[in-house]
Ligand binder design. Structure first.
Ligand code: ATP
Length: 323
């Protein structure tokens, strides 16, 4: 028999557009299915501090269009310790929490897995702009972030073209270059430098720029993922070697914000509803995910053991299209 009566939801790690759509869906489909739903503020930190309140249907009104997360988020080092986990479990007991829905990235899921090992029922919803969670093709915030980056690329291209310059643009992605590769292809980059692949600055950046100039190109774009870093030094090196005026731009936190795109709103709604469906059907300790375009749920242990790499097809395509 399914003993779950009270579900709590939190957002953790970096905020991502679409998290609010997921919170809204968890609250509304949760109440629709007869659960009591609690909202935990500021991620695991809020769980430790008992910063928890009951959510009503109206608590999540007027949030689907907002970026960030109305529940706020945090990174808690205390939570990730054995004492922190025990404290989180006792606080969950105080609030009679039978199941916890965690919206966040890989680190947040590791925290959820630890709670699951201590007896808590958990469901993970992938929310991070980096799209670096192995068990799913899609993570909340990814589409909005890519559109923000593409908008910046288009603007930088205008000035780059007018001045016949090279632009080096650093985009988010600490361990994964998903934003970099897709925005590089969509924005027509001459070179895309990813954290997953070693690079040689002459072979992978300078020579393609010089070859491009010899073929008549007038402006150049290099995308560097945050995990590689060094955009300013790369720009200096390019200018030194090619004599082309080169400017570096680090996009930074602008990529996290903004109103979620339709994809993030619909994905957030579907993933949130699937999380509740899992709990209603007694399928606990799952990560909800998108695979081959379909909504699925995967055992959390299995989900955390998976690996994800960028397809060589995308990397090869980016090189051919830069010719
Ligand atoms: P993003 O991809 O946006 O960085 P994330 O969920 O990976 O999101 P983290 O800062 O790695 O972000 O994790 C969020 C919180 O989850 C941490 O502050 C910590 O409280 C908890 N956490 C992270 N890793 C672990 C772990 N290995 N064990 C237990 N808890 C963890």
């Amino acid at each position: 028999m399914n003993q779950i009566k009270t579900i709590a939801v939190l957002t953790s790690g970096g905020d991502a557009p679409g998290m609010n759509a997921a919170v809204r869906a968890v609250v509304r489909t949760g109440i629709y299915n007869g659960f009591k739903v609690l909202g935990i503020n500021k991620g695991y930190e809020g769980l430790l501090n008992g910063d928890i309140e009951e959510m009503q249907l109206r608590s999540v009104g007027d949030i689907i269009q907002r970026g960030g997360t109305v529940l706020q988020t945090a990174r808690s080092s205390e939570f990730a310790t054995p004492a922190g986990l025990e404290k989180a479990m006792s606080m969950a007991k105080v609030f009679s929490i039978d199941a916890l829905v965690v919206i966040g990235g890989d680190g947040s899921f590791r925290g959820a897995k630890d709670l699951c090992e201590l007896g808590m029922n958990v469901i993970g919803i992938p929310g991070t702009i980096d799209n670096d969670i192995a068990c799913t093709e899609y993570t909340l915030g990814y589409d909005t972030a890519m559109n923000t980056v593409l908008d910046a690329i288009d603007k930088i291209r205008d000035t780059s073209y007018s001045h016949e310059r090279c632009s080096v643009l650093e985009v988010m992605g600490r361990k994964a270059g998903w934003i970099a590769i897709n925005c590089g292809i969509a924005g027509g980059a001459e070179a895309i430098i990813l954290p997953e692949k070693e690079f040689d600055i002459d072979k992978d950046i300078v020579i393609p720029i010089i070859d491009g100039r010899n073929r008549g190109k007038k402006h150049y774009l290099v995308i560097v993922a945050e995990g590689v870093g060094g955009a300013v030094d790369i720009a200096k090196y390019i200018e030194e070697k090619t004599q082309i005026t080169t400017r570096a731009t680090i996009l930074g936190y602008i990529q996290r914000g903004g109103s979620p795109t339709i994809t993030d709103r619909v994905m957030g709604s579907r993933l949130g509803a699937r999380a509740i469906q899992c709990l209603a059907e007694g399928r606990n300790n799952r990560v909800v995910a998108i695979n081959d375009g379909k909504l699925v749920d995967i055992d959390i242990m299995e989900a955390l053991s998976m690996k994800k790499t960028i397809d060589n097809e995308l990397i090869n395509l980016s090189k051919i299209l830069a010719l």
